[in-house]
Write a protein that binds this ligand. Structure first.
Ligand code: IPE
Ligand code: IPE
Ligand code: MG
Length: 258
């Protein structure tokens, strides 16, 4: 893409109406590699470049939270060789990126069943999170060994324990009580959810949090996803009317008042 087209796309974005939180289901690494006659892991390696671009461009624009679905609970059922290669790649990437994250003032965060990760991965991940914890331009969250049902189950267990101990009445359970135990507690819900590779499903990702997210599906495989593709998704998002159950007339009136 020419630099000119790139800039003109970026200029179409209304910086006053950016989504605060963008979540991405990074899909299509394997198919992209296959189309090039390469092994699947080559696709995952190339996907790291796209992660870097997405993080950089979101931070540059002023997005506060970027969450990337990197490895699902169900991904453990892939061939062992692929899982091992993915874990090695994750470890290497975490080690390599801390300097850049600090340079870009980005805080690293992770959600998911981190205890199920290899010990070394968990250690380096926690260290990288600690080493970037002072950064405040953007929070980059990696969903690792994450699935929404896993998250809801662990939240339900913690809630049930409070009820069991008499700290909470069953009738007092409300939205806030549940959110308190979700791994995303403290973050705003994603306003824009992007999935690459042409698949139009959620694959167990943030089912609670995306109740009112705008969904955007890109045909590009994740390793091909570039800054301009993120800009296009945001421009598309900004053209939509988010009604939250109200009527279009109510929304227009509300916007005119602001
Ligand atoms: C996404 O790419 C990365 C992970 C799920 C780890 P895939 O590995 O799912 O690639 P495809 O969908 O098989 O092409
Ligand atoms: C979803 O992709 C999980 C991640 C992107 C980490 P998958 O490739 O695992 O999803 P399905 O199996 O096609 O639904
Ligand atoms: Mg896939």
């Amino acid at each position: 893409m020419s630099e000119h087209l790139h800039t003109s796309l970026k200029e179409k974005i209304d910086l006053e109406r950016l989504p605060k939180h963008i979540a991405i289901i990074m899909d299509g690494n394997g198919r992209w590699a296959k189309s090039k006659g390469k092994p699947r892991i080559f696709g995952h390696q190339s996907g790291v470049t796209a992660v870097r671009e997405a993080a950089e461009s979101a931070a540059e624009l002023g997005v506060s939270y970027l969450t990337l679905y990197a490895f699902s609970t169900e991904n453990w059922t892939r061939p062992r060789m692929e899982v091992n290669a993915l874990m090695r790649l994750l470890l290497q990437t975490i080690k390599d990126e801390v300097v850049t994250l600090n340079k870009n003032n980005i805080r690293l965060n992770a959600i998911g069943d981190l205890d199920s990760l290899p010990k070394l991965n968990k250690e380096h991940l926690l260290r990288a999170m600690d080493q970037t914890s002072h950064n405040d331009r953007m929070t980059l969250t990696l969903a690792l060994s994450y699935s929404s049902r896993w998250e809801i189950i662990q939240a339900a267990r913690k809630l049930a324990a409070e009820v069991e101990q008499g700290e909470l009445k069953a009738g007092d359970v409300d939205q806030h009580c549940i959110e308190r135990f979700l791994t995303t507690f403290g973050m705003p819900d994603p306003e824009l959810l992007i999935r690459t590779s042409g698949e139009t499903r959620l694959s167990n990702f943030m089912l609670w949090q995306i109740a009112y997210a705008e969904l955007y599906f890109s045909k590009k495989f994740w390793p091909e996803f570039r800054k301009a593709d993120l800009y296009e998704a945001i421009i598309d998002f900004q053209c939509r009317e988010r009604r939250f159950g109200k009527t279009s007339e109510q929304i227009t009136k509300q916007n005119n008042k602001e």
